[in-house]
Design a protein around this ligand. Sequence first.
Ligand code: ZN
Length: 344
Amino acid sequence: MRATVMHGPGDVRIENVPDSQIREPTDAIIRVTSACICGSDLWPYTLMTEGEPAQRMGHEAIGIVEEIGSAVATLKKGDLVVMPFAFSDGTCVFCHEHLHTACQHGGFFGNGGMEGAQAEALRIPQADGTLFALPVGPDDALMASLLTLSDVMGTGHHAAVVARVGPGKAAAVIGDGAVGLCGVIAAKRLGAEQIVIMGRHADRLALARDFGATEVVSERGEDGVARVLALTGGLGVHAVLECVGTDQAMDTAVGIVRPGGAIGRVGVPHYEAVPSSLPLFFKNATVGGGPAPVRAYIEELLPDVLEGRIEPGRVFDRTVGLDGVPEGYRAMNDRESIKVMVKP
Ligand SMILES: [Zn+2]
């Protein structure tokens, strides 16, 4: 079978690899019907270092169950399923607390030697706890939006939940990538009255407005902070959705959060220590977040997708076959594309 393998910075290849196989009785094999390239895939694409082992890529997918292990109880061959970016057993103490990304028997796809979803098929550990069977067929018109439940929509929602977005509140979303755009959807869905999107790409900002952003701020650094403060009567926003992961983004988050407010961070942090910790302290603001437990959010978000109340699938602006994956990475890295769908 064919799969995407990252070898080094800018060096992503489609290769023939051994067919995925059941290894544990709790495994399933899915045939991938659609997958994605993620903004977080761009970190190894740009920063992978010499000597790091080659890695199968991709952690977002919808697929069809092709084979199940002897202990898999809730799935059957032919089921159409969403694969969250993390696998989880659904039964441990953390899964019961709806923090599936801390599962005691969990892990992450396309990472640390795990198989990836930018491939014809892959092995799913803890299949019963991980996969979510969809109530639609593989040709459903909503497939793009359903695919976002594997990561970006659940991740944007997590940022909003951790940032304590609620009715009547002012929210700001830092980052206009697919997660930031889904964060706008989530903030609106949870009732935010004012939603400021911070970014600088015209196409993405237009989509953010469609999704419910009330204001756009394209300035960065101190100028960006000043603009957001001006838009909120000098108070700052109750909720900051930090969807980038750089120290500059975190500095901005601390600058624009209102005293007593909350910052939900879902971009993998590329800094050692949380910047601006002194102003953060004097604001009594909360910083939370981490890898989103998207498996926990599928049930909540699915009805809104199925009934067309939210359309996160609009973040996809390009579709490629497996052979087009390297070009898809390049296009996302050059910010020519917001998010690429892969149809193996
Ligand atoms: Zn668990």
